[in-house]
Design a protein around this ligand. Structure first.
Ligand SMILES: [Zn+2]
Ligand SMILES: [Zn+2]
Length: 190
């Protein structure tokens, strides 16, 4: 077996040893656990994933309870776009603060632009959000990427693509930060 450069492991396999080999980094694991792609369905059920480390889904273990049921998803779908996006922005800002995630300006800028396009007045006051408590708990428990992709679903096609690009940039940034222990917030992007 080939050894890559040694990384500090921040996750632990929770499955029996025969399946533990499945827990390897995949392309989709970049930014795990908050920014990575959806968990790979093969790995979730303990099966071998043909795509291996090229898989675009995350191969690292994810906790449960981050998924909405059908009824909850319908409530989100029916929620007015601006209301949900303002709520999502708040959640994402909170998460970014907790994670000490920098470089979110592009993503938040896109979402803000979707809430009130340039030339229209910014909505006043707090979002008129009337989500059941359980759903708020669920949204708060969700990963950053999850909330961002729920928000993207409400957005126009162009914004969806820009959100995806902004997420990729964030992942790259986070993975650099993980590789470099002396990483601290910096503004070298300008
Ligand atoms: Zn992951
Ligand atoms: Zn996979």
């Amino acid at each position: 077996m080939k050894h890559g450069k040694k990384r500090r492991q921040i996750w632990r396999p929770r499955r029996p040893s025969e399946a533990s080999e499945a827990w390897v980094l995949s392309a989709g694991s970049l930014g795990h656990p908050e920014l990575c792609q959806r968990p790979c369905l093969h790995v979730v059920v303990g099966r071998h994933c043909e795509a291996g480390d090229a898989c675009n889904h995350c191969h690292l273990p994810h906790g449960r309870g981050q998924k909405m049921d059908k009824r909850q998803r319908r409530i989100l779908e029916e929620m007015p776009k601006a209301d949900f996006l303002r709520l999502a922005l708040q959640l994402l800002e909170d998460k970014a603060r907790t994670m000490e995630l920098g470089g979110t300006e592009v993503l938040f800028g896109i979402l803000e632009g979707e809430v009130h396009p340039p030339g229209t007045p910014a909505p006043a006051g707090a979002p008129s959000c009337s989500l059941p408590k359980g759903m708020m708990r669920c949204l708060r428990a969700m990963g950053f990427r999850n909330v961002a992709s729920l928000a993207a679903r409400k957005c126009a096609e162009g914004a969806k693509i820009r959100i995806r690009e902004a997420m990729q940039a964030l992942r790259a940034r986070v993975s650099e930060g993980q590789a470099d222990a002396s990483y601290s917030d910096s503004d070298e992007t300008c």
